[in-house]
Design a protein around this ligand. Structure first.
Ligand code: GDP
Ligand code: IMO
Ligand code: MG
Length: 435
């Protein structure tokens, strides 16, 4: 029962969209297991760039069944817009399936996300304002609505009648406008009618595919350091991007996963607030942002950029059981005389080499760097490890040694073809056969 989990090892935007699309040839199903339209996954095909938020990145392969699992929070209006935009570009969304049990992001969640962030001002999380936290909070409060509720107008009305006064009271406490039941209900029913053909019991869809021996890919959103349990709390998202989240949110058992591919960039980025020990506020940071086009795929915000941080790397490998790593964007580091990697932190006269680091300490640490000679050659056309400049190879080898698991794929550009397949991963075809 082969399933591969694709999971970000840093603070998101590691290139999971490219990876998922790249592996698409060998999978029959791609399942999003957590997060919502806070994600922005980029797939570049020739002249065309697709930025996917809710629709799984496997959609561009016509043989793949894209699935939105029960662990995802779904804003139905956003999903329908995204589907329409894909259709308008000639990408069929007919195969998409959405879990009936996935929770909904309602307009009051979006309003509350913004109102809470506004209240916190400087102390805010820097969320994407997509209603993610409030929707997951409602799920935990057991006051959430699910995709299946959209298909039952009378039941939905009853639930909204019970829920809405409470939601409006909270909104009022934050100085935000209340919502009226009728327009909310009417829009939700309309969305339900449009989504009805796509709603499914995705648990059995996934299980049946696995039982047939097909190769299923679980596409993580965000990244390990944004995980609600394992990230830099409170500067995290409200779900579990880690590989364990693929089980709960995708509806598979832990032993059904036989590969966990950790995705990381050759440097570090972060969007939103929170500690970032290796952040660069200088020309090198700016050049990473410009060369790497580090602007949010969802919000357009400039991403904070900095050197690679190896302190959380082993932690991320361990917490996800990563079997190997895909290293992205090494091409962006060309042109630097030196490339630095943070190997430990210093705080209050002490040296820390292992993660997790207490939140208040993490905000105060000084990174301890190991320096590597850089390279000036452009890497966009490299297709084999041996063609990498010696210094780039030594950098990759050092990262691999620090990770403790193989770097199986290296990416040197946004295109599918700009990829170096380095070490044997378990290679499978769509039917799950080991090639
Ligand atoms: P995701 O959220 O993890 O899917 O990543 P994003 O799509 O938000 O950000 C990654 C960006 O880097 C996208 O614009 C990709 O097209 C691009 N990208 C991915 N891999 C590479 C690479 O190896 N080199 C370069 N130059 N760009 C890449
Ligand atoms: P992908 O899947 C990078 C960040 C936000 C904020 C924090 C909480 O493209 O890698 P939220 O809206 O989730 O409540 O915001 O998480 N964040 C991301 N950062 N990539 C993402 O997704 C992100 N999704 C959320 O910037 O700091
Ligand atoms: Mg992204």
């Amino acid at each position: 029962m082969p399933a591969t989990v694709v999971v970000g090892l840093q603070w998101g935007d590691e290139g999971k969209g490219k990876t998922t699309d790249l592996l698409g040839e060998s999978v029959s199903m791609v399942v999003r297991y957590q997060g919502g339209d806070n994600a922005g996954h980029t797939v570049v095909l020739g002249d065309e760039t697709f930025k996917l938020h809710l629709v799984p990145s496997g959609i561009l392969h016509p043989h793949i069944t894209p699935v939105i699992g029960s662990g995802v929070v779904v804003n139905p209006a956003v999903l329908l817009d995204e589907m329409a935009a894909l259709e308008a570009r000639g990408v069929s969304t007919a195969r998409l399936r959405v879990s009936a049990q996935a929770h909904l992001i309602m307009p009051y969640h979006v309003a509350l996300d913004s109102a809470m962030e506004a209240r916190l001002a400087e102390g805010g999380i820097g969320t994407t304002h997509r209603g993610i936290g409030p929707a997951y909070a409602d799920r935990a409060w057991r006051t959430g609505l699910r995709v299946e509720d959209l298909l039952d107008p009378d039941g939905l009305r009853l639930r909204l009648e019970r829920l809405l006064p409470g939601k409006n009271a909270i909104l009022a406490a934050y100085g935000a406008e209340p919502f009226e039941l009728e327009p909310l209900h009417a829009a939700a029913v309309r969305h339900g009618e449009a989504l009805r053909p796509f709603v499914a019991d995705t648990f059995w869809l996934v299980q049946d595919a696995l039982a047939r021996g097909e190769h299923v890919l679980l596409e993580g959103a965000q990244g390990t350091l944004l995980d609600l349990d394992h990230g830099t709390y409170p500067y995290v998202t409200s779900s579990n991007p880690v590989a364990g989240g693929a089980c709960t949110g995708g509806g598979i058992g832990p032993l059904q996963v036989d590969e966990v591919l950790g995705i990381m960039k050759a440097y570090t980025t972060r969007v939103g607030s929170g500690p970032f020990p290796t952040e660069l506020d200088d020309g090198i940071g700016r050049s990473m942002r410009e060369r790497g086009r580090e602007f949010g795929a969802t919000t357009g915000r400039p991403r904070r950029c900095g050197w690679f941080d190896a302190v959380p790397l082993r932690y991320a490998v361990a917490v996800n059981s990563a079997t190997s790593i895909m290293l992205n964007k090494i091409d962006i580091l060309s042109g630097l005389d030196e490339v630095l990697v943070c190997v430990a932190y210093e705080v209050d006269g002490e040296r820390i080499a292992s993660w997790p680091v207490a939140a208040d300490a993490l905000a105060r640490v000084r990174p301890v760097y190991r320096r590597f000679p850089g390279w000036h050659e452009e890497l966009a056309d490299v297709r084999r490890t041996e063609e990498l400049p010696g210094n780039a190879r030594r950098y990759v080898d050092a990262l691999e040694e620090m990770a403790g698991v193989p770097i199986s794929i290296i990416s040197v550009g946004p295109e599918r073809t700009q990829t170096i397949e380095r070490r044997a991963r378990p290679r499978r075809d769509v039917a799950g056969r080991v090639a």
